[in-house]
Design a protein around this ligand. Structure first.
Ligand SMILES: *Cc1c(COP(=O)(O)O)cnc(C)c1O
Length: 426
């Protein structure tokens, strides 16, 4: 793949380059296994001396093509697909933290990630401090401890829609010799490429905009290749791995040490690899990602402007709207648009929000976001139901807040449906 192709072209052509007479589209390689002529060749695969597929829990040609495409889109050295976004976040961190370690995370993150950090990481003895990402760097530095191993945040937070100051968080991470891991789900590489602002690792729930069609749960981890794992803080990269006859990841794999280790050590043991079919479907979504993201952004901005001026709306948060608290950050980090999700607080609190939602005809009530179809959700009673009131407040979620995910229908139809529901739910 020629490196100088523009990102839109990469959506279509990166990852799979068929040779003479081969299928034009990467086929679904529905096989768990791969045949070899000799035991020696298989032995070399197990020793990581040779490249090749051995078993579809570790790699598969269809998934591999998608991994290469996403790595190209983000500008990374490699990617690892996972069976869900949750699995991507989980493995991205377990690859570098162990019991007794500490993570600093923005408090405005996906509710499932809050659960992962506060329930199961706690159980594993991994401590996470959820911090207000809008604090100045000096204040954030106070959370750093001797055992801090990573800084984590979301480009555009789900559902609070805070825009992270990526350069500030990268500074926080790098001044303490730890990596910045960014969940880039809502922005996608079409709107923001966090590596360009200093992030080291990117994760996605591909379930959202990347798949786009609301068909397939999945995730991905992408490695920038920029972090120095030999800085003394991450011995798992410099000390021999006995489960591979004493292999040292940083020596053998250089810039790709992180993503290779995630695959051959963590994926081997945790087994959250996607199926070839899931990857094939994800690829169909990726092929039109650039076209869809443009339309989501256009539609969402029009809907946001309509809601902003509506008398029945208490407050609105869309980072692309002038006057939004995050407008300036969005102008810096989201130059091509602020994605498709809008948070609105309808006047009349929780009950009114429910009446409003029930009065919608076109807009779908579902537990999803980033569907091609416009959909709506009430976080406090669904995705964020497990959180305490304090955690809800920290995540920026009020009782009457609804999360509107604007799709790619004709925007006039979306606005008419919202206008009608606001009227009849008064
Ligand atoms: C949905 C989501 C996740 C979790 O992804 P799944 O694919 O549902 O496991 C993680 N981060 C963000 C920002 C999300 O929106």
């Amino acid at each position: 793949m020629k490196k100088n192709y523009k990102i839109e072209t990469q959506c279509l052509h990166a990852g799979y380059e068929p040779k003479n007479g081969e299928p034009g589209v990467m086929p679904i390689v529905q096989s768990t296994t791969y045949r070899y002529d000799s035991t020696q060749q298989i032995g070399d695969l197990f020793d990581l001396k040779a490249e090749g597929h051995m078993y579809s829990r570790l790699s598969n040609p269809t998934v591999d093509a998608v991994e290469k495409k996403i790595a190209a889109l983000e500008g990374g050295v490699g990617a690892l697909c996972t069976s869900s976004g949750q699995a991507a976040t989980l493995l991205s961190l377990l690859n570098i933290v162990k019991p007794g370690d500490h993570i600093i995370s923005a408090s405005t993150i996906y509710g499932g990630t809050v659960n992962l950090f506060m329930v199961n990481f706690k159980r594993l003895g991994i401590e996470v401090d959820l911090v207000n990402p809008d604090l100045p760097l000096e204040e954030l530095q106070k959370y750093v401890k001797e055992n801090t191993k990573a800084v984590f945040g979301e480009t555009i937070a789900n559902p609070a829609l805070t825009v992270l100051d990526i350069e500030k968080m990268a500074e926080l991470a790098h001044s303490n010799n730890v990596p910045l891991i960014m969940d880039n789900t809502f922005a996608t590489p079409m709107l923001c490429r966090p590596f360009e602002f200093g992030a080291d690792i990117v994760v996605h729930s591909t379930t959202k905009y990347m798949d786009g069609h609301a068909t397939t749960v999945g995730g991905v981890i992408v490695d920038s290749g920029n972090f120095d794992w030999t800085n003394g803080k991450f011995e798992e990269f410099t000390v021999p791995d006995d489960s591979y006859h004493g292999l040292v990841y940083s020596e053998q794999f250089g810039k790709a040490a992180y993503i290779v280790k995630a695959r051959v050590q963590l994926m081997r043991d945790y087994g959250t690899y996607p199926s070839a079919l899931a990857a094939f479907i994800l690829n169909l979504g990726l092929e039109t990602l650039h076209v869809r993201m443009e339309r989501y952004c256009q539609n969402a901005l029009k809907v946001a402007k309509f809601l902003d001026e509506h008398p029945e709306i208490e407050s609105i948060n869309y980072p692309g709207l002038e006057g939004s608290k995050y407008y300036e950050l969005s102008q810096k980090y989201l130059k091509k648009g602020a994605s498709g999700v809008i948070a609105v607080e309808v006047k009349g609190g929780k009950e009114r929000a429910a009446r409003f939602m029930d009065a919608l005809n076109l807009v779908i009530k579902e537990v999803h976001v980033a569907d091609i179809r416009t959909c709506i959700l009430h976080p406090a009673s669904s995705t964020h139901r497990q959180l305490t009131d304090e955690q809800l407040a920290n995540a920026g979620i009020g009782g009457g807040l609804v999360r509107l995910s604007v799709g790619i229908e004709n925007v006039d139809d979306i606005i008419a449906d919202l206008a009608n529901a606001l009227e009849v739910s008064r």
